[in-house]
Design a protein around this ligand. Structure first.
Ligand code: SAM
Length: 292
C-alpha cells in the first residue's frame, strides 16, 4: 500500500502508472501528514458531513477527508489519474469521482450530487491557475455550502483578508469579505509538495455570509462602485468615480462632477480619499446614497 504522504512513494506510484505531472494543470501534490491533518481539522468534519473536493490529484487529501466525513465527491480534470485514483481509494466506498473540468460543470447538478438537499463542506488544494474563478464560483453558490477550506497561494490569502488601506486590499478583498468570513489557518512551505511550486501557500477557511456582511439596497451597484474606485488606484475617490467605465452604469449626467460631489457628501465621505481606504460599510453608505 502506497503511503501518499511520502514524496518518494508517491513518485513511484505515479511512475508505475506512467503519469508525468502537468504544470499547466497545477499538479503539485501535497505530501505531508501534518498539513493534511490541518486541512481536515479546519474543515470541521463530522461523520455526517458531506464533502465536495476539487482536484483529487493522487488522492492523499481525498482519502484523509473520506476518513473523517460521510461522503467525498471529488472532481478531477485529468482522466489519466483515474486508474491510479481507483486503485488507492479501492477500500473507500464513500468516495466518488467526477472526471470533469470543474469550471465547465453544471454546479447546481454537482452540488446536488455531492450534498443532496443539504449544505456540505467544500475543500480544495486549488490549482493555482484557476484560484480566482473558483472562489467566484464558490461565492455564487454560497447558499450550497457551510464551510470551505482552500489551499491557495499566500499572496491570494493576503488579498482575501486585507483590511482597508493595506497594500494588499483590492476590490477582490471587499468582494470576498462581503460574501464570506475569511480566516487564515496556516502557512504551507513549497517543500511539502511534489514537485515544489515556486511560491509559499496558505490554508484558508471561508464561511458564507447570507445575504452579505452589510445591508445594501443594490448589490450590483455596490460592487460597481467598489470596482470603479479601485480601477483608478492613484486617483482620488471623486476622480475615480468620474472615470468609471460606462458599462458600470454609474452615469452622473451632464453636470457629473457636481452630482458625484453631492453623492459623496450625502454619504458623508470625503472625495479626496483614495478608494482603497474605504471600508465595506462606507461603500455600502455610498451605494445606498446612490439609490436614493
Ligand atoms: N488534492 C491533491 C493534493 O492535495 O495533493 C491535488 C492538488 S493539485 C494542486 C490540483 C489538482 O487539480 C490536480 O490534480 C489537477 O489535475 C486538478 N485540476 C486542475 N484543473 C482542474 C479543473 N479545472 N477541474 C478539476 N480538477 C482540476
Amino acid at each position: 500500500m502506497t503511503n501518499l504522504t511520502s514524496p518518494k512513494q508517491t513518485s513511484e506510484l505515479l511512475r508505475s502508472h506512467g503519469i508525468r505531472l502537468q504544470k499547466r494543470l497545477g499538479q503539485n501534490f501535497l505530501c505531508d501528514r501534518n498539513i493534511l491533518n490541518r486541512i481536515v481539522s479546519a474543515a470541521h468534519l463530522t461523520p455526517q458531513t458531506r464533502v465536495l473536493e476539487v482536484g483529487a490529484g493522487a488522492g492523499a487529501l481525498t482519502i484523509a477527508l473520506a476518513e473523517a466525513a460521510s461522503t467525498v465527491t471529488s472532481v478531477e480534470i485529468d482522466t489519466l489519474l483515474e486508474p491510479l485514483l481507483r486503485e488507492v481509494t479501492a477500500d473507500y466506498s464513500n468516495i466518488q469521482f467526477v472526471f470533469q473540468d470543474f469550471m465547465r460543470l453544471d454546479l447546481d447538478a454537482l452540488f446536488d450530487t455531492a450534498f443532496g438537499t443539504e449544505t456540505g463542506v467544500f475543500v480544495a488544494n486549488i490549482p493555482y491557475y484557476i484560484t480566482t474563478p473558483i472562489i467566484e464560483k464558490l461565492v455564487a453558490y454560497k447558499h450550497r455550502w457551510s464551510r470551505a477550506v482552500l489551499l491557495v497561494q499566500q499572496e491570494v490569502a493576503q488579498r482575501l483578508v486585507a483590511a482597508p488601506g493595506s497594500e494588499h486590499c483590492g476590490s477582490f478583498s471587499l468582494f470576498a469579505q462581503y460574501h464570506t468570513k475569511v480566516e487564515i489557518v496556516c502557512t504551507v512551505p513549497p517543500t511539502v509538495f511534489l514537485p515544489p511550486p515556486d511560491v509559499t501557500s496558505t490554508v484558508i477557511a471561508l464561511e458564507p455570509i447570507l445575504p452579505g456582511a452589510i445591508a445594501v439596497c443594490n448589490e450590483k451597484r455596490f460592487f460597481y462602485l467598489i470596482r470603479a474606485a479601485f480601477g483608478q488606484r492613484r486617483k482620488t475617490l471623486l476622480n475615480a468615480l468620474l472615470r468609471a467605465p460606462a458599462s458600470f452604469d454609474l452615469g452622473f449626467g451632464m453636470d457629473s462632477r457636481r452630482e458625484a460631489e453631492a453623492l459623496l457628501a450625502k454619504a458623508g465621505i470625503d472625495g479626496n480619499r483614495r478608494g482603497e481606504t474605504l471600508s465595506l460599510e462606507e461603500y455600502g453608505r455610498l451605494a445606498d446614497a446612490y439609490e436614493e
